[in-house]
Design a protein around this ligand. Structure first.
Ligand code: FAD
Length: 415
């Protein structure tokens, strides 16, 4: 099949749009396929660490992001049952921006997508990528808008940015199987937004509760986001305690019951819109010999690997993985990628991805398990009360002060 584009990107979350922007800027012809109409709300804590704001500038949306986003995140907190510990957020000292900010995904994702469009990316939305066949240089991707006939698009390179908790197109059977096994410790994610919450501007508390963890933050226009992950067995207990309530409301009741800090911050707040939920989440690495890599498909964002949301680094990893990949791919014209060169690019990408993100994934898993076990969380609370500087150190380790690597892209090849 002849190629309709150099790169076809599946999914217009931060990873897909960032990859599309950077490759279009390098002179590639890009098609971006997104199944949902925007703007759409999304389950996410919506915080972006300081080290990524420069990357947003590079993507061409930095000024708009800063104009819309909530206040700088200058304090971090740890909240469990009856304890709230607060410490200063360590600043990012190596780039132009010291503190992160929060912005609703109904704003961030359209901003990035509009930028991609402005750079000439062909956006198919709402279109679902349903199936992929072929190989490097001649992929055929079946895309379909609801109620319309499916059509085939040809692409030289395929970038999978479909996220994690929604199924991607038919190409990785391992993903589909992983979605089917249920375990008591599976995590479901919930999010709601509130007006008039009592959270102080710039405060980012982490919630560490029995069988759940989460966070709260003041985002744009005085709107507070509460996002959390809860174990399957804990969720079942919440629902059993409130059989008439929706899952979201039973989770909210649980958070209020379990955590004095949540009760205090939500006292007098009004929820805006319904609770959103997704899951089960599957934190872990999805790049590897047996999956996308062996087929020559490049994965970015959550499709490549997902960290426990406790550390709020998923958007950062989405943007940064797209930048890593674009720096490797965009250095050559797409036509240069035969199977051998694509395999070499995969190896370089896998190595860059692993050293950039694997330590963060492991650390996030450790924090998450510590936060959800009451005895450990209580002990951690007691230690943090005595030495709040440890909270600062933990925040630093989680990547909040790390400046995103930004490799220069070469100028586009002359046509
Ligand atoms: C509770 C919770 C709190 C979080 N808090 C934070 C936080 O504070 N900070 C942070 O940085 N990260 C946070 N994250 C993580 C963050 O939300 C994700 O890591 C991030 O959204 C990943 O971006 P992505 O572009 O890879 O995927 P997504 O944002 O999931 O985007 C994927 C896109 O692909 C589309 N798609 C899927 N399948 C198809 C298909 N077949 N065809 C076409 N389109 C398709 C989807 O519709 C979607 O728009 C949190 C996550 C959770 C669950």
């Amino acid at each position: 099949m002849s190629a309709d584009c150099d790169a076809l990107v599946i999914g217009a979350g931060p990873a897909g749009s960032a990859a599309a922007i950077l490759l279009a800027a390098a002179g590639w012809r890009v098609i971006l396929v997104e199944q949902h109409a925007f703007p759409r709300r999304k389950v996410c804590g919506e915080c972006i660490a300081a080290g990524n704001l420069e990357l947003l500038d590079r993507l061409g949306v930095g000024a708009e992001f800063r104009a819309l986003a909530g206040p700088e995140l200058r304090r971090v907190g740890w909240m469990n049952e009856a304890t709230t510990i607060v410490a200063d957020m360590p600043p990012c000292t190596t780039g132009p921006y010291a503190f992160g900010r929060a912005l609703g995904r109904e704003h961030l994702d359209p901003l990035l997508l509009a930028r991609a469009r402005a750079l000439g990316v062909m956006v198919l939305q709402p279109f679902q990528a349903r199936a992929v066949t072929g190989t490097v240089g001649r992929y055929a991707v079946e895309v379909q808008a609801r109620g319309q006939r499916a059509r085939q698009l040809g692409a030289r390179i395929l970038i999978d940015a479909h996220g994690s908790w929604e199924r991607g197109p038919r190409m990785a059977r391992a993903d589909a199987r992983a979605h089917e096994r249920n375990r008591p410790g599976d995590l479901f994610a919930f999010k709601a937004t509130y007006s008039n919450a009592a959270i102080s501007p710039g405060f980012l508390p982490v919630l560490a509760l029995r069988g759940a963890y989460g966070g709260m933050v003041l985002g744009e226009a005085g709107r507070t986001t509460l996002a959390c992950c809860i174990r399957r067995d804990t969720l079942a207990a919440c629902r059993a305690a409130q059989p008439q309530a929706t899952a979201g409301l039973s989770v909210e009741a649980y958070l209020r019951r379990e955590c004095s800090g949540v009760r205090r911050l939500l006292d007098g707040a009004q929820r805006e819109g319904a609770w959103l939920s997704v899951g089960p989440l599957r934190p872990g690495v999805r790049l590897g010999a047996s999956q996308g890599a062996s087929r020559g498909v490049f994965r970015v964002g959550n499709a490549a690997g997902e960290s426990h949301p406790l550390i709020g680094e998923g958007i950062s990893m989405a943007l940064q993985s797209a930048a890593l990949l674009a720096a490797i791919l965009g250095a050559q014209p797409a036509a240069a990628f035969d199977a051998e060169r694509a395999a070499d690019a995969q190896r370089r990408y896998l190595s860059a991805w692993t050293s950039a993100f694997l330590p963060r994934l492991r650390l996030a898993a450790t924090y998450a398990h510590l936060a959800m076990r009451p005895s450990l969380a209580r002990a951690a609370g007691a230690v943090l009360r005595r030495w709040p500087g440890l909270l600062v150190a933990a925040t630093r380790l989680a990547g909040k002060t790390r400046r995103a690597q930004i490799s220069p892209l070469p100028p586009p090849e002359p046509a």
